[in-house]
Design a binder for this molecule. Structure first.
Ligand code: SF4
Length: 976
């Protein structure tokens, strides 16, 4: 089309837009601010009319009730609007909820694909019980009543026989704030296990040692410089809510710096893309920090007031005067070794480029927004120092809780108090919190098979919930070995909407709802504000809006699919039918004593009593708070939080307080632990049981940070006291894949990256997503390919790890650094021959056998078209669904954070004549040796640990046992 015509069209469009703007109709008046053409105004959510696209050219109208819920496909919890067809009573589609303050009406591809999951022909619709040997693929349908009766009897017996530590619930994606932890607390069980140590513990630990909060909350929108160590725009934590704000900032002129060894989608949007050698990121951060220090561009007043420099000087330089000027002199010497040349030698990035980046960062001042979550922090031995050194830059610039800076997450997250808070359990679970890892950020979940194998304990009843340990964890065949051993796990219950590699070995498979079929509340740090979101069964809300009474989510969900909350309440009642065990009281109605708590009362109470501003807002609209949340799905509690650590503690709160010499202000007496299952951001009591309430800064008591000192901990007394003084300052730990540690010919395998349109194993039952992304070739640089003899993209390569190998297709690309290969972790889904279909478009059928040299998995049939209730399953055109690389990785627990260090030292060679795509070989004997090697790196807690504790009391723990359980058991080994 000629340019003149395009100009004319553009002018007409602009004129039309102006006309609409003049009428005041252009932009939605809620959080999204998007164009009205894409967002139904909330006043019309009871009867939204669209033309039926399938009826075209006839103009047939369809009428919809629009019902909010939240997406459950990643932890962002973006708002969704379900379009419930008033004619059919079914959900026609999901789009963004413009009333949601975090996602603001926008979603990634996985949000609308919730519809695929709901209508998935392969989903599990009824409770199932194993009817043959474990893993044989034989199942029988049973009633919920039978399943609940059997499980309640087992759990009740374990509790009454003093075997509480034999009950465990292992959580994959939480997607809610504390419900499951409280269920376990009500049973008196320390049985919460999480996936976090294979996900984000490295990043969390680095942040926690600094500021007492384990997550950063960057204010991207207002930043001048954004520094990302990850593919954050496409696959980061809270990535859609963050990505839209980063994009907004870029449009306003912000500079974006991305450290990512791969040319990710995020890297393509960067002003500076740095492709460092894996594990060198902390060295780069320290070179930038050194530049800021050496050029005097740090925020001197912020450092003086808020760093714990005095504590550091006293501990590490006892001969020096404790003055800020002396500290500055010391600081000037600490990182002089981290020159740009040194960082260049470590990272492979030109020193001049690093200098230019450092100058950009130094110029950001307090508008420096930075983030690392998984990525390098999850890949490397010492990866937690990547987060710690990154926050060092923020702390030097004073860019902490400033406009455009980085907040502690606790300031931008809100967790309401629930109707019942059970006490802390009176047991300590060593299988998840062993003495070897006293500083572990989260449960040592991925070591469970090894702990069970060496007889540290046994599980009577093991639940997985939105979790697939065989597939997700490293060393999955060791998982399979214990899951099939009834002497180690008496009963395995998979709570899951869909089949997965672990559920095949379960005794009970119980169908749970997707994001539009269950209740949850959540709040995540996505900007400088606080919001709460409400996930709900959308057909329940729709039918209630039309006047029906619904009392159980099974009345509206497909088949007998249930929601977890109702399931846990019912199970708890059956465990303690007469209330004699003291469990039932935490699942009872307050309004109707003696009867069961309903989800309406649970959330109604929470919204009435615990969400500031919501009752008033609802009343203004003539609704109850619960009705308001069912109608709009999310509520913004506050925005523009600012630096709340600066708040003065009112004199009235200080009566009876004691001030320590370092300025920490405490309650005078020992207090119980806070109910951490309702995280508050309030500091935990110290080891003597005193609860900090503030810190004196220049004679004024301010709120401060939830750290032992109340300040930002440049020097961590906790790390020093618990056996790691050499890592108490932000520093650089050479990775297990540092070039010095690689044998000749080895490469580094990056195995952690996500694809934007898939999410672990959660999204495989979404046909639209499967068509977009279904395979995971191995990225190889052309120079490496030539050296290794890999001729072309698509050729098979054998990737050898320390415990086995996998065979995959090569993708020869300059998008990866030479010496490094990469393989995305979503793919390679499999089902055992003869088992249920699982995810028809994404799972290959495999044979698995054990020989003298270990396990061998071979593909028997690729994914392909198949008959089902959905005609699209006949249209599957792909057969390559990648390879399950995680099976071939040994466990690499970081001795401090406990994070599994995902990067692998591998050899890559062209596949041999006997190799076929998808082949996997694993020696679980070697896997055990790897576990023992990494175990040697630890410095266990012992009777000489500070305070005689197993673990510092102030560190976060998702489910916290009673205080006395923190004391070392008598039989514990001496600390080293
Ligand atoms: S999967 Fe996408 S739409 Fe869903 S919560 Fe995550 S970012 Fe939001």
């Amino acid at each position: 089309m000629p340019d003149a015509d395009l100009d004319a069209i553009g002018a007409r469009v602009s004129a039309a837009r102006r006309a609409v703007t003049d009428r005041g109709e252009t932009f939605y008046q809620g959080p999204s601010g998007t164009h009205l053409a894409s967002v139904p105004p909330k006043e019309r959510w009871d009867d939204w009319v669209e033309l039926d696209s399938r009826a075209w050219p006839a103009r047939r109208e369809r009428h919809y009730l629009l019902v909010p819920t939240t997406c459950f496909n990643c932890e962002s919890a973006c708002g969704l609007l379900a379009y419930v067809d008033r004619g059919t009573g079914r959900v026609r589609k999901f789009e963004g909820n413009p009333e949601h303050p975090g996602s603001r009406g926008r979603n990634c591809a996985k949000g609308p694909a919730t519809l695929n999951q709901v209508t998935d022909p392969d989903r599990i619709l009824y409770p199932l019980r194993r009817s043959g040997p474990r893993g044989s693929g034989q199942w029988e349908r049973i009633s919920w009543d039978e399943a609940l009766g059997a499980l309640a009897a087992r759990i009740r017996a374990a509790i009454t026989e003093g075997r509480r530590n034999e009950i465990m619930v292992h959580i994959g994606r939480p997607g809610e704030d504390g419900f499951t932890e409280r269920v376990l607390a009500s049973w008196g069980v320390d049985g919460h296990n999480s996936h976090t140590n294979v996900c984000s513990s490295g990043g969390r630990a680095g942040y926690q040692f600094w500021m007492g909060a384990d997550r950063p909350s960057p204010d991207y929108t207002n930043a001048k410089v954004i520094y990302l160590i990850s593919a954050h725009l496409e696959a980061g934590h809270y990535f859609n809510p963050h990505a839209q704000r980063i994009t907004q900032a870029r449009a306003n002129g912000a500079r974006v710096i991305v450290l990512d060894t791969r040319l990710s989608n995020t890297a393509t949007h960067a002003d500076h893309w740095l492709s460092p050698w894996p594990g060198s990121e902390a060295a780069i951060n320290l070179a930038i920090a050194q530049h800021i220090i050496a050029t005097g561009r740090y925020h001197r007043e912020f450092v003086r007031r808020w760093w714990n420099w005095a504590e550091y000087l006293r501990a590490c330089h006892p001969g020096l005067p404790v003055t800020f000027e002396v500290f500055e002199e010391v600081l000037a010497t600490l990182y002089t070794g981290f020159t740009f040349d040194y960082a260049a030698a470590e990272s492979g990035i030109d020193a001049a480029v690093l200098a230019e980046v450092a100058e950009t960062v130094a110029g950001a001042g307090t508008r420096f927004a930075a983030h690392v979550w998984r990525s390098a922090a999850a890949g490397n031995l010492g990866g937690w120092q990547v987060a710690r050194t990154l926050f060092l830059i923020s702390a030097l610039l004073g860019a902490v809780a400033t406009e455009g800076g980085t907040f502690p997450n606790a300031l931008n997250k809100f967790v309401p108090r629930p109707i019942h808070i059970p006490p802390h359990p009176g047991v300590w679970q060593d299988l998840t919190w062993p003495l070897e890892y006293p500083l572990a950020q989260n449960e040592m979940s991925f070591l469970l098979p090894h702990f069970l194998a060496e007889g540290r304990g046994r599980l009577d009843t093991y639940f997985t919930r939105v979790y697939n340990p065989v597939w997700t964890n490293p060393d999955g065949l060791s998982w399979m070995e214990v899951l099939t051993d009834e002497s180690k796990i008496g009963c395995f219950v998979a709570l899951t909407p869909t089949w997965n590699e672990s559920a095949y070995f379960a005794d009970y498979v119980l169908p749970m709802g997707h994001g539009s079929e269950r209740h949850d509340t959540h709040s995540y740090e996505q900007y400088d504000g606080q919001w709460i979101g409400f996930r709900q069964p959308v057909l329940r809300a729709a039918r209630e809006r039309l006047g029906e009474v619904i009392t159980d989510s099974r009345q509206v969900n497909p088949g007998e699919v249930w929601e977890e909350n109702e399931f846990w309440i019912e199970l708890s009642w059956r465990i303690d039918p007469d209330g004699a065990l003291g469990i039932r009281q935490y699942h009872e109605s307050r309004a109707r004593p003696g009867s069961k708590l309903t989800v309406d009362e649970y959330y109604g109470w929470m919204f009435d009593h615990s969400v500031p501003g919501l009752p008033e807002r609802a009343a203004a609209d003539g609704m109850t708070p619960l009705a308001w949340m069912r109608r709009y799905g999310a509520f913004e509690i506050a925005s523009g939080q600012g630096a709340s650590y600066e708040q003065e503690v009112p004199p009235g709160e200080l009566a009876g307080m004691a001030t320590a010499p370092d300025g920490r202000v405490y309650t005078g007496t020992a207090e119980p632990l806070s109910p951490n299952i309702v995280p508050t951001g309030v500091p935990e009591p110290d080891d003597a049981g005193r609860r900090p309430v503030g810190v004196q800064i220049d004679g004024v008591v301010r709120r401060g940070f939830p750290t032992p000192s109340g300040r930002l901990e440049f020097w961590s007394g906790t790390l020093a006291a618990w056996g790691w003084p050499e890592h108490a300052l932000p520093g650089y730990i050479k990775s297990h894949v540092h070039p010095d540690r690689l044998a000749a010919g080895q490469l580094v395998l990056l195995s952690t990256f996500r694809l934007p349109t898939q999410i672990h194993t959660r999204s495989a039952n979404a046909k639209w997503l499967d068509e977009l992304a279904h395979t995971n070739p191995v990225w190889i640089h052309p120079a490496d390919a030539a050296r290794l003899g890999v001729a072309r993209t698509g050729d098979l390569v054998r990737v050898e790890t320390e415990i086995g190998h996998f065979v995959a297709k090569a993708w020869i690309t300059e998008g990866i650094r030479p010496g490094v290969v990469a393989c995305s972790h979503h793919m390679g889904r499999w089902r055992l021959d003869g088992g249920p279909r699982g995810a028809g478009g994404m799972m290959a059928t495999v044979g698995l056998r054990r020989g003298e040299s270990g396990w061998r998995m071979q593909r028997l049939a690729a994914a392909g078209p198949y008959e089902s209730g959905d005609p699209d399953s006949q249209r599957i055109w792909w057969s390559d669904t990648g390879v399950h690389q995680n099976l071939t990785f040994g466990v690499h627990p970081d001795p401090i954070s406990g994070m599994h260090c995902w990067h692998q030292a591998v050899r890559v060679r062209p596949a041999g004549p006997g190799d076929r795509h998808g082949d996997i070989a694993v020696d679980t004997g070697k896997a055990r040796e790897v576990y023992l090697e990494w175990l040697k790196l630890t410095r266990p807690a012992g009777t000489g640990s500070p305070g005689g504790l197993r673990r510092p009391a102030w560190l976060i723990r998702p489910l916290r046992p009673a205080r006395e359980l923190y004391r070392m058991p008598q039989h514990a080994r001496q600390a080293r």
